[in-house]
Design a protein around this ligand. Structure first.
Ligand SMILES: [Fe+2]
Length: 512
């Protein structure tokens, strides 16, 4: 750690301690002259007895201007069994501090399992919109089904959040979001709609950026409709960052300061438990969320602890560094936790919420085999450790849900991808994107070439959308919903394909 980074981390610690003190001394504020709730409400990480409720006080002003008083502000909250908020079952007060961007993270407990609840916040004479959430089933319960949507990658400048509008209207137990919630950079072509800040680096800029994204009505509706289980990928900080450094292809000064600012802003803007935020140490994002005896969501963090991409990052032929046994995506502590968590899982389904493609992807270029070094393919030793564990310990029905690629890829994961007789140990559904990559196309010839070179990949598709998954005791059915139009408002989604994994059997199949 150099001197500047050391001083930044000391500064972060002082701010963190100040925040803890201020939270004890919240002041009441006069009525706001504006709506402080324009970034909406959210809920997350459901448990059988409760859920996290989130909001953040903001003023809709240019970056650098903030009309929220820079003091600790009490925000009251209510939970009801009806949308009109007449039958209040719990209420309380939380403190929004300037040190944490006036965010509010309430961990409600004492609710009933598998139940719908409604919630809202009050502050300074204003009242937020009403959000709906749903608790998880009791740990020993056997629900008939668990339904969830999953999605990732929503560059604001690439298009509208039509896909979120559709997910908001679906009957879901939860939404799983797999990263690239924001993009820190602007696009190099004419944008569909423009970021306020071209390059996001400081805490103030990240906060403003989240507020701009969250003022989108469709994104806000999807947060208000379902609890979300979130994890981050690279663009919440910067392209292809890895652990405590940037990608070797994108060196950057003062990265640790930017990383700390970005991770803090992420926590401030997501419905995460308060224990997620470790101050200057970063975030504890890897965790499990259990839905009765039906499903465990094992949520990974393959950014904060990974070793740098080998061979200089990007798409390259292999090199010695790529084969190194010490290469890791999760870090060794998280790898151990992963094995223990999956070993102890009692559920029929083990859904692994993961950022980047697990399946091997040989990319032939001019007769040479190349690999995308930022994906699990850049870390074959780490992938082998993970898939060997699944092959030998055999947790029930593991299925990876993945983001990042801005294209749908459905694959079987083999213990040895190069051996046609090698057993399938899990399946992977890589969902497309909400908006990143703009409208996409109906068919990419390169996809055919890649599927031929990688026979464990069963399906690809290049339009924007999300996956809607239903788990039962017998099967996991996953429907791909896509649209041809997100560069203009009002696009329609249609069911594009459907895939089944049968419980107790390996392999994913497309339904005719
Ligand atoms: Fe992305």
């Amino acid at each position: 750690m150099n001197r500047r980074n050391f001083l930044a981390s000391v500064g972060g610690f002082i701010a963190y301690e100040t925040m803890r003190r201020n939270s004890l001394e919240a002041q009441t504020v006069p009525a706001f002259k504006f709506d402080p709730f324009t970034v909406g409400v959210a809920s997350g990480d459901p448990a059988p007895d409760g859920v996290v409720l989130w909001t953040r006080l903001t003023s809709d002003t240019p970056v650098g201007v903030n009309e929220i008083p820079q003091v600790a502000i009490p925000v009251s909250w209510e939970v009801a069994t009806d949308e009109s908020m007449r039958h209040i079952v719990q209420h309380g007060s939380a403190v929004a501090t300037p040190e944490l961007g006036h965010s509010v993270h309430v961990e409600v407990a004492g609710l009933k399992p598998s139940s719908d609840y409604f919630y809202r916040f009050h502050c300074g004479g204003s009242t937020s919109r009403v959000g709906k959430t749903r608790t998880a089933p009791a740990f020993d319960a056997h629900p008939d089904h668990v339904r969830f949507g999953f999605a990732s990658c929503q560059h604001y400048e690439d298009g509208y959040y039509t896909v979120h509008r559709e997910m908001a209207n679906a009957d879901l137990d939860a939404v799983i979001f797999l990263g690239d919630y924001i993009y820190e950079h602007h696009v190099t072509y004419p944008p569909t709609r423009k970021h306020d800040v071209d390059l996001v680096v400081t805490l103030e800029q990240y906060r403003h950026h989240y507020a701009q994204y969250k003022r989108d009505p469709d994104l806000q509706a999807c947060h208000a409709a379902h609890p979300w289980i979130v994890t981050l990928d690279d663009h919440e900080v910067t392209n292809n960052w890895a652990g405590m450094s940037t990608s070797p292809a994108h060196p950057e000064e003062n990265f640790l300061q930017r990383r700390a600012a970005a991770l803090q802003a992420y926590y401030e803007n997501m419905p995460l438990r308060r224990s997620t935020y470790l101050g200057p140490k970063g975030l504890r994002l890897y965790r499990k969320v259990q839905y009765g005896q039906m499903a465990q969501f094992t949520v990974l963090d393959t950014r904060q602890f990974r070793t740098p991409q080998p061979c200089g990052d990007r798409v390259k032929p292999t090199c010695e560094e790529r084969e190194r046994p010490e290469g890791t995506m999760m870090g060794f502590e998280q790898e151990k936790w992963f094995n223990e968590t999956l070993s102890a899982s009692p559920t029929t389904w083990n859904i692994i919420a993961n950022q980047v493609m697990v399946a091997q992807l040989d990319i032939p270029q001019n007769g040479v085999e190349t690999h995308a070094m930022d994906m699990w393919d850049g870390y074959p030793a780490a992938r082998k450790r993970m898939l060997d564990f699944l092959a030998t310990r055999k947790p029930n029905n593991p299925v990876y849900i993945t983001g990042d690629a801005h294209q749908t890829w459905v694959s079987d994961l083999k213990r040895n991808f190069d051996d046609p007789k090698s057993p399938i140990v899990a399946s992977e559904i890589l969902g497309t994107s909400i908006s990143s990559g703009r409208n996409g196309v109906d068919h990419r010839p390169v996809s055919d070439m890649l599927m031929k070179a990688n026979p464990h990949i069963l399906y690809s598709h290049s339009r924007r959308g999300f996956f809607l998954c239903e788990l039962t005791a017998k099967a996991m059915e996953s429907q791909l919903w896509t649209t041809n139009e997100i560069e203009a408002p009002g696009g329609h989604l249609a069911k594009t394909a459907s895939f089944v994994v049968e419980a107790g059997k390996t392999g994913i199949h497309q339904e005719s």
